[in-house]
Design a protein around this ligand. Structure first.
Ligand SMILES: [Cu+2]
Length: 281
């Protein structure tokens, strides 16, 4: 049966490629969603917006998100949309947003747009996130909103805190996504809460890291490199992990004149910083 199936697919492929002068069509359908899994759909009267991530889920912390917009009338995916998005957490006493990127077309793709959202809090029984997507196609504006599922992450991938300058900050881990026993490239996003709805990137700060294994005498690792801002606005450094297991990445946030705004140096008596992220692998 398998052989028959593959023979059929082969014949179908041959027929399609012979009958079509657009020889990239089949390939595009296959590669367009490479490595992506659908999270959910957000619909309005005219379109269905499909959300994708590598895992097919969202969670507390940094989330790379791809989306495409299907026209309900033509069943075609829109290729020339201008898109913005607004995540909002509906809490008992207030509403607030979170750090997010702009949304841009992926250069190598026909219909996919992408960006990221940093959910600094998880949903609970009574408090939830929704995502509003506003977009313009051929000068006509549309909007669609739906509740999105943002469960707590197993390990702490994001931390929010108030600095000694009285500003509220968010630090989110972006890389490593698959940590190794090695000196890993490490990428964090650093944002400040300007208002309940605005969380811009913070420029020219420094994030010091001190990874430790609390279960093994709180030992550290050599050759870590503190994170500084790259041209793409994210913060990058080197994270040394000398063995597998649970690591607490103790943090210190320094401003542009090297003043520590939050976090402590690890010593014999101070075994953890008040701000940290976690990894287990
Ligand atoms: Cu909240």
């Amino acid at each position: 049966m398998k052989i028959l199936k593959y023979t059929f697919l082969f014949l179908l492929g041959t027929m399609l490629s012979c009958s079509s002068d657009d020889d990239t069509t089949i390939e595009q359908i296959v590669t367009e969603l490479d490595g992506l899994n659908k999270v959910q759909e957000i619909a309005n009267d005219t379109h269905v917006i499909e959300l994708y991530s590598s895992t097919g889920t969202l969670e507390q912390g940094f989330n790379g998100i791809s989306l495409r917009i299907k026209n309900k009338t033509t069943n075609e995916y829109e290729k020339n949309a201008t898109i913005t998005w607004t995540p909002v957490m509906h809490m008992a006493m207030m509403m607030h947003s979170c750090p997010k990127s702009e949304i841009a077309k992926i250069a190598s793709k026909e219909t996919l747009y992408n960006g990221y959202i940093v959910f600094q809090m998880a949903q609970n029984d009574t408090e939830y996130w929704d995502l509003q997507v506003d977009y313009t196609i051929a000068d006509v504006a549309y909007t669609a909103t739906a509740v999105v599922n943002v469960p707590a992450s197993a390990k702490q991938r994001v931390t929010s805190f108030t600095g000694s300058d009285n500003v509220r900050y968010v630090i989110a881990m972006i890389e490593p996504t698959t940590p190794k026993v090695a000196t890993n490239d490490v990428t964090f996003g650093l944002y400040k809460m300007e208002s309940m709805m605005s969380f811009p990137v913070v420029d020219n700060f420094k994030i010091k890291i001190d990874p430790r294994m609390p279960s093994m005498g709180n030992h550290g690792s050599p050759n870590n490199v503190d994170l500084t801002q790259s041209a793409d606005k994210l913060y990058r450094g080197k994270l040394s992990l000398t063995m597998t297991g649970y690591w607490k990445i103790n943090l210190q946030l320094l401003n542009n004149i090297d003043e520590v705004l939050k976090g402590e140096t690890i010593t014999e008596t101070t075994t953890a910083s008040s701000i940290y992220l976690e990894l287990e692998f």
